[in-house]
Write a protein that binds this ligand. Structure first.
Ligand SMILES: Cc1cc2nc3c(=O)[nH]c(=O)nc-3n(C[C@H](O)[C@H](O)[C@H](O)COP(=O)(O)O)c2cc1C
Length: 187
């Protein structure tokens, strides 16, 4: 379901239909669809083509899912546990070729996540990114932190019934999406 949004200019359908819901059904996501989601991430651009993104995928009921869920902030735990897939978005801290810190790794990870989020829409799925989680806790539970570190979490799945959410969250789910005008960010 596309959320009602007022665009000032026409844009592509995937960007038009992407938004970040909190109500997910727990219907499992088909493997082929997830393959396409991560294929879009795979073909994202990156500095030196270093491809520093790394993803840990949790499927509802498995160990990865539990660890990712446990790292989430309280507010996010109120809704994200319905999503059938939780992804821990991580990046490689150093370049493989010279072991120097990769200054654009976070930027490249963000692009990869943006690409897979749009592919998710293409597959009839929705994503909701979260920075509200404990990075150290996630790193520790997956043995990360030295070469690869967690950066954000994404809930992914099919859109669910708003009524499954706590009441105050139901209101947030219905609000119109708002943005600055282009004049405000075109400096
Ligand atoms: C890096 C990042 C971190 C975010 N963290 C959270 C979060 O912790 N909890 C949450 O409910 N939403 C989170 N969001 C979702 C944003 O609030 C949402 O993308 C924004 O309000 C715009 O709405 P839209 O994605 O529906 O267009 C995050 C989004 C991004 C990109």
């Amino acid at each position: 379901m596309a959320k009602k949004t007022k665009f000032d200019f026409p844009i592509n359908k995937l960007s038009e239909n992407r938004w970040s819901p909190r109500a997910f059904t727990n219907k499992a996501v088909e493997k082929e669809k997830l393959n396409s989601v991560f294929e879009a991430a795979r073909w994202s651009a990156s500095a030196f083509n270093a491809q520093p993104w790394r993803f840990l995928v949790g499927y509802q009921g498995d160990d990865n899912y539990r660890k990712i869920f446990d790292s989430l902030a309280e507010f996010n735990q109120l809704w994200a546990g319905k999503a059938p897939v939780l992804i821990l978005n991580c990046y490689q801290i150093y370049f493989s070729h010279n072991k120097k810190p990769n200054q654009t790794a976070q930027y490249d990870l963000g692009q990869a996540v943006a690409h897979y989020s749009l592919e998710a829409v293409n597959q009839g799925l929705y994503t909701h990114q979260m920075s509200g989680f404990d990075v150290d806790k996630a790193n520790e539970s997956f043995g990360l932190g030295k070469e690869i570190t967690a950066f954000s979490v994404t809930a992914l799945g099919y859109l669910g019934d708003i009524k499954s959410l706590p009441e105050d969250m139901q209101k947030m789910e219905n609000t119109e999406r708002i943005r600055m005008t282009q004049a405000e960010f075109l400096l």
